[in-house]
Design a protein around this ligand. Sequence first.
Ligand code: NAP
Length: 486
Amino acid sequence: MTLTLSDSELLRKGSYIAGAWREQGVGVLAVANPANGNVIAEVATVDRAGTEAAIAAAHDAMTSWREVPAKVRAQVLRRWFDLMMAHQEDLAVIMTTEQGKTLAESRGEVAYGASFMEWFGEQAKRIDGDVIPAPSADKRVICIKQPIGVVAAITPWNFPNAMIARKAAPALAAGCTIVIKPASETPLSALAMAELAERAGVPAGVVNVVVGSSSEIGPALTDSPLVRKLTFTGSTEVGRRLEQACSVTLKRTSMELGGNAPFIVFEDADLDAAVQGAVVSKYRNSGQTCVCTNRILVQDSIHDEFVSRLVAATAELKMGNGLDEGVQQGPLVNVGAVGDVEQLVQRSTEAGAHIALGGARSDLGPCYYQPTVLTGVTPDMAVFRNEIFGPVAPVTAFRDEAEAIALANDTEFGLASYFYTRDIGRVWRVAEALDYGMVGINEGIISNEMAPFGGVKASGSGREGSKYGIDDYLEIKYILMGGLDR
Ligand code: NAP
């Protein structure tokens, strides 16, 4: 066990159900550090019965939590925000150790996650209804908004804190309770958040975290008629299965799924800014984010110059254990992830792609893959069609704006997209033509709590963050009041 924290109580080793820690479970999950393979902690797991207990606790807690005034719910969320920021360093160390991203990125993610607690606490006070014109003088028509009910959240390992915060914060703000199933690679960040929720005064049963096998926990969540909404962040493949499973009980769903982000560089772009944007967007979290640049499309007149600058900037990235000073690229999450990336690169080079940099595992350890640049990539290649989820930047040349848009939209996915240009007409034409939920113009990092995050097509449905994000957790009730004869 190799984790040194200022507050050792943040390292919890069992599920959190109905305000109690279950440190004895039906099994044990060993959480390993991808930087060196060391086991950091063994977490007690729950099965279907434990998940059903969490759902029952959340259902019971709904009765009182929905009646808590919005202003008080806001204060609880604000305290959760304050505690996350006060413990930012410990939360970041836990995250880097179980997930691999650099400490700087983990600190950033904790602040990003906390921002949703702050934002949705503020939004709790703005869940306004409407008074609508009535069809006759003796009637009044009113709409009120009420919490949808118990929420189930299933979250991925690549943002172990923020993907939970983006769901728990609007749920609690709306007056819902929640059962969270974190990814098996990264349960410790989720449990540390639950510990802080408890300290913030979140009542027992309002937030529950269940750790265990997805084949036990998943069906318990999707089958339960008590769960009224499922919010999922993860792969498109699993999202499709969950959507089907939820259809039986007709739950509301939000699906934040995979991406295949194009990054278009037009010949009038500021090339230094474009290279810098490509590097941060591509290699953030070692390429393991759903909004990471997945395909770089470069106008042919500047292609060679852009590639040589991109290769030079990528070669500068320092790889190593995310806890070490100055490291910019950590390991991938596990050995399987390295194998997947290796295969994608191999299939693409066999089909004619050229390795301009990297293109192999690193000798730092079994979870490391070298930051890589591929050129000569065409739409039929595996790296162009699939979400890479690793530090590989494939470059494709294009002739003109129409071809760039066609290439960018040539995918089943539609999450994030980026382009660089200084032509104001093109800014609007291309932004409107891209078939994506999010567009970054002359920027490689676009996400913040005030903006709506989400995708179209196979990237899912629903929006997280922003003034729209709370709607997914609310039902609109229409009330007609008659008999008001004057
Ligand atoms: P994943 O394999 O889909 O797993 C995500 C979560 O689903 C984990 O908690 C996993 O649990 C659980 N799960 C897996 N199979 C399940 C099943 N049959 N029933 C119920 N739960 C199940 O995805 P991942 O590899 O962790 O994450 C990477 C993916 O997430 C990428 O595709 C990425 O693009 C996407 N992502 C999207 C967004 C977005 O906002 N659009 C943000 C981040 C990531 P176990 O860990 O226990 O298997």
